[in-house]
Ligand binder design. Sequence first.
Ligand code: PGA
Length: 251
Amino acid sequence: MRTRLVAGNWKMNPTSLDEAVGLALEVADGTASLPIRTVICPPSIWLHAVANTVAGSGLAIGAQNMHDQERGAFTGEVSPMMLRGVVEFCILGHSERRILFHETDDDVGRKVASAAAHGIRPIAAIGERLEEREAGLTEAIIDRQLRAAVRDVDVAASGLVVAYEPVWAIGTGVAASPADARAAAGQIRGILREVAGAAGEDVHILYGGSVTADNAHEFFGEAEVDGALVGGASLDGRQFAAIARAAAIGA
Ligand code: PGA
């Protein structure tokens, strides 16, 4: 059985160390002793302080991005060597990285493999844009992005997490329907089984896109949906804790 997993993607928030530490403490308190995995993904500059703040609480830490190389002339980038030991997880291929920072499927594949090779559990984010959905391309996009993300990784040894995040649902207040999430998660599970055999069963599949304390419970009941990747609502410690509690019901 896969333990449910709820991850918070803080994106480029909050803007001060005090707020970051305060939010982390609130989340650690609010999620303590729940029978699920909880993860917060602060901006890289706050990772150390937040990791120290919540050490021993059971709340795990993730980064939001990393470079695939260990070192070198990559101005502004963070290496897996710098993250290892600080974070357990790293979100890779988030649609904001793909769209705003022009990350390609190949980039995401390299990053996923590099994270796993450095003992960091990749949270590979995939999902279609609105125009792709309207053109009937949802399944094709999921297929292409997922296969590229896992192309060079040993799924069994990677601790891989896949987040299905339709771009049109991110930050819009318009979540996918539970049926859409189930369909995508089912497709993702099928591809993972094909690519990785039995190890495909161990991969956590998350839904992300306008998850709130009000709608979270709808997703956790769906087959193959093992949790959520939460953006906006993760910046409110009480709301994130409520989402984690919803995931704990029946877990
Ligand atoms: P949202 O973001 O919950 O604010 O829609 C989700 C994400 O980008 O991971």
